[in-house]
Design a protein around this ligand. Sequence first.
Ligand code: SIN
Ligand code: FE2
Length: 213
Amino acid sequence: MLDLFAGDEPWEEPLAGGATILRRFAREEAAALMMEIHGLAQQAPFRHMVTPGGHIMSVAMTNCGSVGWSTNQHGYLYSPRDAQTGQPWPQIPAAFRALSDRASLAAGYPNFEPDACLINRYAPGTKLSLHQDKDEPNLGQPIVSVSLGLPAVFQFGGLQRSDRLKRVMLEHGDVVVWGGASRLFYHGILPLKPGFHPLTDTFRYNLTFRKAS
Ligand code: SIN
Ligand code: FE2
């Protein structure tokens, strides 16, 4: 296919009402973001959380921020401490926050104040089933989602699980922002294809910024 944007400049792709893909938006800071991820993982290691239904999640996760997303027997929750270490989650690094601010502004959400960042790590075969991000009390604030490393297919639907899904490939440096009319739209990631990326080896990483308290 003819790619009119094959140069270095990021470009915007509307995804749904209130939702935009900022293509290649995080490319320049990607190496710095990866360094931060490795540092954070020393304090708060990646782990496979167990869903309330007893299933081990295939995505490995950790968090930074004043609260972090996790699971327990009863459900999903944001908590100020990492249950695995007993310590508070590490703070959101300045480079993360700067990117989130730049992206939310570019997507039309200038007042986004994230206080939580979930860090997902996908190995080959790993998927994230269709879900809504609905554990946040303030649904007026968007979600900012940053893709790093190996590409993955992102599914984005509607308010009903059964709504038609758009499938888009998310590549290294792509940022998706959704809020407003699509804040509660179902979304997920199809099983990751094996590959190698110079910055992330055999993995895909994803950062999702939220306002969670
Ligand atoms: C998520 O929905 O939490 C993550 C989506 C992604 O990995 O791109
Ligand atoms: Fe999500």
